[in-house]
Design a protein around this ligand. Structure first.
Ligand code: F6R
Length: 584
């Protein structure tokens, strides 16, 4: 993943580089680093961990040209030696890289045979050495030659001590160039630069930007490309904790507002496809996939239309059958997830395409027409309001399809969607109860989640929330499936969270609860029904016909939060994670 920034202008680069990196920290926080170019000198500073660890070192570094990097480790541990920028052997080049160099082992062998030595375990260091290997006085030529042997994805910022310029190249990792009168910039995303400029060149694959007081873009053959300036319409949005101890808790309690804003947006902008569609294929990763799965269950059951839900990284390599009248719908909070972008690209020109996205003007929104969620900036790495507003859009799609079928359930579904902010506000009242239940879960090493139908998707999302922020292993199964093997793991005191919101499936789920209870499990039910006779504890949520699985995940967000809090975890920035996953 990682985030990169760069600056060329008439001011010291450091303040911009630090603030830019802080804005990009959602892309990884394993280490950070900066290189500045001052006359013919390149100075590099690096620190393990978050950007704040880098700040004290900036005293040793200055210059009006610079590059910066915040890392999510792929190759090599989260150690200072693996932090970017990487210098070439004799220090001529400094580079920052976002992406993965897939042929790095072969390139390393090639370079080592030619006398290069490596100071890090990263794939990225090969880029710095390759540039030096190919350099014969032209930085541009060295970059094109290096690019021709690199396999994988990359957005790279390059400084060379012999030229007072910043170079940037991209292939399959996002990179924009920000343009202003006094300074020019590069960044992995547009949002980071909105305080500085609203004018951008959005680089396409295999384009090289040469940046000083002006910006010129070339293809790999050295032919100049006339880029049009993209003017961003959005303003920079920052988020504060507003008195909450963690962004995650704040974002959980913001959900009624996020839903209202998403509903207002749906009123304002019609859905970007007609009802004349055959199959719907929904793709996403992580929680976005869970939204897709929940959408599959409810759209199929309510609208009698065939829906598939796929993990984007699987979908893109399994040759999916997409027919002209199908709809391929990608879901992504960040709009930058590499696999989701890859999956959606499969549908372009083959079938109808659309995407559900939270971050305005992100990469995915340039692949297909976006249906925006209006969650606002989501800072906590574990998604809450982002996920819930994705579901709101999926319910809206179900309503859209029902209406076109003149189905009488439309009125009921529409009314439940409109009442969602109220239902969610009621659900959030379980805060104190989930806090108490967190004390029961916190000492455990593992937990099981079960549910049927859309509740199974809700249970998957609930298990993920617990895992990622509390580091308790959580396994999720369709309630009827547990007995086909996994039930052997249930013993006295095992935590089982059972989600049961579907009246038609209630008796079946209750039977499955009884099965685990008989083996000594401690069962926490999340339900709109009184299932207290079969559970040890029940978190009651409002009873609705269609939207209760969404409400169940809100209760389990709180359950995960309070469990993680008791375990002393870094809730907003869990270990090993990043908010935006831009590598495959
Ligand atoms: C979990 C979580 C991740 C993301 C996934 C996709 O809390 O946040 O599983 O849902 O990485 O990210 P987006 O939605 O940005 O494509």
């Amino acid at each position: 993943m990682c985030g990169i920034v760069g600056y060329v202008g008439n001011k010291d680069a450091i303040p911009f580089l630090i603030s830019g990196l802080k804005r990009l920290e959602y892309r990884g926080y394993d280490s950070a680093g900066i290189a500045t170019l001052n006359g013919g000198n390149i100075t590099v500073i690096k620190a393990e961990g978050k950007i704040n660890n880098l700040v004290p070192l900036t005293k040793t570094c200055s210059g009006k040209i610079g590059i910066g990097h915040t890392r999510w480790a792929t190759h090599g541990a989260a150690k200072q030696k693996n932090a970017h920028p990487h210098l070439s052997k004799n220090g001529t080049f400094a580079i920052v890289h976002n992406g993965i160099i897939e042929n790095c082992d072969r390139l390393k062998d090639f370079l080592v045979e030619r006398g290069f030595t490596f100071n890090s375990d990263t794939d990225s260091e090969t880029i710095a050495h390759l540039l030096e290997y190919y350099y014969d006085g032209s930085v541009f030529d060295a970059i094109t030659k290096a690019a021709s042997v690199l396999i994988g994805s990359f957005a790279i910022g390059v400084l060379c001590k012999h030229e007072q310029k910043l170079y940037a190249i991209k292939k399959d990792s996002p990179l924009v160039v920000g343009l202003s009168i006094e300074s020019n910039y590069i960044s992995s995303d547009m949002q980071t630069l909105l305080n500085n400029t609203h004018d951008f060149y959005i680089l396409d694959n295999n384009e090289i930007a040469v940046i000083d007081d002006r910006v010129t873009v070339f293809d790999l053959n050295g032919k100049q490309i006339k880029k049009s300036v993209y003017h961003a319409k959005n303003e920079v949005k920052t988020a504060e904790k507003d008195g909450f101890s963690y962004f995650m808790l704040k974002e959980i309690y913001e959900q009624p507002r996020a839903i209202s804003d998403t509903l207002a947006e749906l009123k304002r902008k019609p859905l970007p496809f007609s009802t004349d569609i055959n199959d719907i294929h929904i793709v996403g990763c992580g929680s976005a996939y869970h939204a897709a799965l929940m959408g599959k269950y409810f759209i199929e059951s309510i609208c009698d239309c065939r829906v598939t839900a796929d993990i984007a990284s699987e979908f893109r390599y399994r040759n999916p059958i997409l027919r002209p009248n199908d709809l391929l719908l990608a879901i992504s909070q960040s709009g930058e997830t590499a696999d989701t972008i890859g999956a959606l690209n499969l549908g372009v020109g083959k079938c109808n395409t659309a995407c559900i996205v939270n971050v305005p003007e992100s990469t995915l929104t340039r692949v297909a027409t976006p249906i925006y969620t209006k969650a606002g900036p989501e800072v906590a790495v574990a998604t809450t309001k982002g996920f819930i507003t994705q579901l709101v859009n999926l319910y809206a799609i179900a309503a859209f399809l029902l209406k076109s079928k003149h189905d009488e359930r439309f009125i009921e579904l529409k009314s439940e969607i409109q009442n969602l902010p109220t239902y969610v506000t009621q659900t959030l009242k379980v805060g104190a109860l989930t806090q108490r239940l967190g004390q029961i879960i916190a000492p455990h090493d593992y937990a099981f989640f079960i549910g049927r139908g859309a509740d199974y998707a809700a249970a998957k999302e609930s298990a993920l929330k617990l895992k990622e922020i509390s580091y308790i292993h959580a396994d999720c199964y369709p309630a009827g499936e547990l007995k086909h093997g996994t039930i052997s793991l249930i013993e006295k005191g095992s935590i089982v969270v059972a989600i049961a919101t579907d009246e038609a499936l209630l008796d079946k789920t209750v039977s499955n609860i009884v099965e685990v209870k008989a083996r000594g499990a401690f069962v926490i039910g999340i339900s709109c029904f009184d299932i207290s006779s079969v559970c040890d504890e029940v978190v009651r949520i409002p009873k609705t016909k269609f939207v209760s699985p969404l409400l169940a995940t809100i209760a389990s967000q709180l359950l995960a939060f309070y469990t993680a809090l008791l375990r002393g975890c870094d809730i907003d920035k869990p270990r090993n994670l990043a908010k935006s996953v831009t590598v495959e």
